[in-house]
Design a protein around this ligand. Structure first.
Ligand SMILES: NC(=O)c1ccc[n+]([C@@H]2O[C@H](COP(=O)([O-])OP(=O)(O)OC[C@H]3O[C@@H](n4cnc5c(N)ncnc54)[C@H](OP(=O)(O)O)[C@@H]3O)[C@@H](O)[C@H]2O)c1
Length: 236
């Protein structure tokens, strides 16, 4: 029987992170799941069962990241979809808003990998999260640039951290809680617009993104790559 591996997922209480945690547990692996909300952590623990350890963590707080990994060693993988940021156009964004994607998504993942490093197995796989706005922005300049920077970070870390593999998942619009928690009046026009922009004519599912994430974590010949799980959006 295959030995159970343990994967850390920060941002694992909802959306793509939670979807991946479910898939890993289903196949017999263990997960260390982090997020900020204790209520969401408790819900995740209940749904995932005994193969999951849940811990509060804020990716923007380095002390909290260090505490998150405490006591864990030989982790087989790390996935970091946890991010909080605001978006606005270049002309309209104040400095707080403009800088929030780099703070809440780029530096958050940079320091998460840093904190995880002593706890990762030699042949571990790290998976960063960006977004297809990196290569096809529709505005929100700082957010688009932040996603491109994360994809660059994955390439550089793949070189520096080898033999640890480092890849990046770059989804298009995915029907996760990120959108479901927003009012229909906000969500539907975005989804409608997306259907006409994506070559597939549909919004991606959490399941689509989780399969792509699992491929990047599992495939020993993948490192330094960004996988666009975006229905062909970034090609047009
Ligand atoms: N869904 C899309 O359409 C889409 C498209 C492109 C890119 N993405 C990217 O994919 C990532 C996640 O998306 P999702 O749709 O899965 O989102 P989601 O359903 O909103 O899940 C986000 C998860 O991250 C956690 N989180 C947020 N900020 C955190 C922080 N500072 N520290 C630790 N955990 C934090 C949340 O829990 P707490 O709030 O309790 O901390 C939650 O578990 C984001 O980076 C997003 O930019 C999403």
């Amino acid at each position: 029987m295959k030995k159970a591996n343990t994967y850390a997922i920060i941002g694992g209480t909802s959306g793509m992170g939670f979807g991946l945690a479910q898939r890993l547990v289903e196949r017999g692996d263990h997960v260390l799941v982090g997020g900020r909300s204790v209520t969401r952590l408790e819900q995740a623990a209940k749904q995932l069962g005994p193969a999951a350890v849940v811990r509060p963590v804020d990716m923007e707080d380095r002390a909290s990241l260090a505490a998150f990994f405490d006591g864990f060693s030989d982790l087989a993988g790390l996935f970091t979809p946890g991010a909080s940021y605001r978006t606005a156009s270049f002309r309209e964004a104040d400095s707080e808003t403009a800088e929030s994607p780099f703070r809440g998504k780029f530096w958050a993942q940079y320091w998460a990998v840093h904190a995880a490093l002593p706890h990762l197995a030699e042949d571990a796989a790290v998976l960063l999260m960006s977004g297809a706005a990196s290569v096809r922005p529709i505005g929100n300049a700082a957010y688009a640039a932040c996603n491109a920077a994360i994809e660059g970070l994955a390439r550089a870390l793949a070189v520096e951290l080898r033999p640890i593999r480092v890849n990046c998942l770059s989804p298009g619009t995915i029907d996760s809680e990120l959108w479901r928690n927003r009012p229909v009046s906000v969500r539907e026009p975005v989804f409608e617009g997306w259907r006409s922009l994506a070559l597939t004519g549909r919004v991606g599912s959490v399941d689509d993104a989780v399969s792509a994430a699992l491929f990047l974590l599992d495939n020993g010949n993948m490192t330094g790559s960004t996988l666009y799980n975006d229905g062909g959006y970034s090609m047009r």
